[in-house]
Design a protein around this ligand. Structure first.
Ligand SMILES: [Zn+2]
Length: 270
């Protein structure tokens, strides 16, 4: 059972979680039969996370903590509460507990590297607009509000802690779509992103993932010193081929290092 989750230790205040890229479908497990449950994987996200970890190591000699659910989503959904995650198959309860223990452990260890940390829940989407979607537990409707109205809502988002303590001094809406926001950094690198300075919110009717179970449970809305963002990657040019993944991993390393530097003060200068 422990082989169904892969956890590797890191040396920087960043935790990568990959819930929907699993490649194992053990015959001993029934397919999840719950009505309306999603069973399609987020293709190539496991490969993307490994590429990203390697790119960090090459660039700064540090690795993120990485927790990968190895089970195919047909068998287990690692971004849902327990019943939907397991499809009600009680023997998988222990797997669900183990997965979240591994994430909790990675978070705790990341906080020994630095006083605060960021968790990225890495996904892939198939929505019609080809752009990255960053989910902070702020709905599309909330993001369509002006900055002054959005700002107080960020205190209840998955970057709640950051909204009070970012060393940049950025607060509220600036953290999710200001010049130093993660989406803005990624857009500047050639990967259109929402929210970002140039694409402030999904339009009415656009499909958009605002953040799911892991982002709620493991981000700072629930307290603690680890913020979270759900990063939903479009397919073409981002995660479709090894070349795409390699190039995107480099851009993501640059953006995440800037984000950690600007807002978390990592690595400490001087
Ligand atoms: Zn997903």
């Amino acid at each position: 059972m422990s082989g169904w989750v892969s956890a590797s230790a890191g040396t920087m205040p960043l935790v990568l979680v990959v819930p929907h890229g699993g490649d194992l479908s053990p015959a001993v497990l029934p397919d999840r039969g719950c009505t309306g449950c999603e069973t399609a994987n987020d293709a190539n996200t496991q490969e993307l996370a490994l590429e990203l970890a390697t790119a960090f190591e090459r660039r700064v000699g540090r690795r993120p903590f990485v927790v990968i659910n190895r089970l195919h989503r047909r068998k287990f959904d690692a971004n849902r509460e327990r019943i939907e995650a397991t499809g009600g198959h009680a023997p998988l309860d222990a797997q669900w507990v183990l997965l979240h223990e591994q994430i909790d452990s990675a978070k705790a260890r990341a906080l020994r590297v630095h006083t605060r940390a960021l968790l990225v829940d890495l996904h892939g989407h198939a929505h019609s607009v080809a752009r990255l979607e960053l989910g902070y537990l702020l709905s599309a409707g909330a993001l369509r509000l002006p900055d002054s109205t959005l700002t107080p809502l960020v205190a209840g988002a998955s970057v709640s802690r950051l909204s009070a303590q970012a060393v940049s001094g950025d607060r509220g809406a600036a953290l999710v779509r200001g010049p130093r926001a993660l989406g803005t950094r990624l857009a500047a690198a050639g990967y259109p992103s929402v929210p970002s300075a140039g694409d402030r919110a999904p339009n009415e009717g656009d499909a958009y993932f605002s953040g799911g179970y892991n982002t709620e449970r493991h981000g700072s809305r629930a307290g603690g010193a680890v913020d979270a963002v759900q990063l939903e990657c479009n397919f073409t040019g981002v995660r479709d081929t090894p070349a795409s993944r390699g190039a995107f991993a480099e851009a993501l390393v640059t953006a995440l290092l800037a984000f950690l530097g600007d807002h978390y003060g990592w690595p400490a200068s001087g």
